[in-house]
Design a protein around this ligand. Structure first.
Ligand code: NAP
Length: 310
């Protein structure tokens, strides 16, 4: 295919670690590639304070810095990137057609790296107070809660790591979790338990988030006793799991019931020439390490696919 502005051998949707690794590999293999990202390159890494479990950085590395390094490395090999959002994908024979806000693109191969987003709690008041005390991003909003009392909802790695991060600003952080056992990794549980600023409200679910112009209180119910109480607070950070960003791909590729994309071991989806990598793919572990591994596999599979076609 001729290198022109709208046609590519490979298009990657999503610029998190999976997408940027796929872009590094395809570009380094001289495959004409475009990466489309609607937000910031780095994806969820950009809102992660410290990354401790990505090999090569024994003291950890900030998400912002790791994103910057991955971008620099991929672009050194010629990866093109564009800030845009894909609205619709169609198939025209072997070609894939992508309609974005700004334009239309064609490609021979497509790598879906759309990642996940934080799930909503679904409690009354949650949507009303987004940006007014309800948040899904502590690196973005944590500093607004200096010396305040805040709540973190959830019991996984996100809730624990974000609660730990929020203690840099808040005077007290209460973790509200619906069970008495945490899903999150033991090392984060230990750190949270030994942090004097962190309190726990276990076996409890959020019934409502209340306020006026901003959040003022949260109503919780103890699932064991049925007792309900209203607790004063100024912020509610919600980390109750993740959902794949694959809504716009429904009908294009096969997915499981939760919307995670099904692939074979080569990251190929149910559609020939369409691959998926990273958190949006159905798999056991969703970390930066697994995302970059997927990105490399998908890129290599793209190369093999293109060789077979030419
Ligand atoms: P997660 O592991 O799915 O945990 C979600 C938590 O929210 C669970 O404790 C769950 O409770 C609770 N929950 C779910 N729905 C709820 C509801 N409606 N009401 C109240 N609580 C609810 O999600 P995550 O913590 O966002 O992590 C997602 C992935 O990212 C995981 O694979 C995690 O390991 C990874 N991650 C890794 C790191 C790290 O390695 N540093 C940091 C952040 C995230 P139950 O336990 O009762 O189901």
């Amino acid at each position: 295919m001729k290198s022109n502005s709208r046609s590519y051998e490979a298009i990657i949707i999503g610029g998190g670690p999976a997408g940027m690794t796929a872009g590094l590999y395809t570009s380094r293999s001289r495959i004409h590639t475009l990466l489309i990202e609607r937000g910031l390159l780095g994806g969820q890494m950009t809102t992660t304070d410290l990354i401790e479990n990505y090999p090569g950085f024994p003291q950890g590395i900030t998400g912002e810095e790791l994103s910057r390094l991955m971008e620099e490395q991929a672009k050194r090999f010629g990866l093109e990137t564009v800030s845009d959002e894909v609205m619709e994908i169609g198939l025209e024979g072997d070609l894939k057609r992508l309609r974005t806000y700004e334009s239309t693109y064609y490609c021979k191969t497509l790598i879906l790296c759309t990642g996940t987003e934080y799930r909503k709690l679904g409690a009354p008041g949650e949507m009303e107070f987004i940006g007014k005390g309800v948040s899904y991003c502590s690196t973005c909003d944590g500093a607004f809660f200096r010396d305040r009392q805040i709540m973190v909802v959830g019991g996984g790695d996100s809730a624990l790591t974000e609660a730990l991060f929020l203690t840099k600003f808040a005077k007290e952080v209460t973790i509200i979790h619906r069970r008495d056992a945490f899903r999150g990794t033991r090392i984060y549980q230990e750190r949270a338990r030994s942090n004097p600023k962190i309190k726990f409200l276990l076996n409890s679910v959020v019934k409502e988030i209340k306020g006026d112009t901003v959040v003022r209180s949260i109503v919780v119910k103890n699932v064991k006793t049925g007792e309900e109480k209203e607790l004063e607070t100024e912020g509610a950070f919600i980390f109750v799991g993740i959902a794949p960003r694959t809504q716009f791909l429904k009908g294009l590729v096969d997915m499981d019931e939760a919307g995670y994309i099904l692939t074979d071991a080569h990251c190929e989806t149910s559609v020939k020439g369409v691959f998926a990598a990273g958190d949006c793919r159905k798999q056991l572990l969703r970390q930066i390490t697994t995302a970059v591994g997927d990105g490399a596999t998908a890129a290599f599979a793209v190369e093999k696919y293109l060789e077979g076609k030419e």
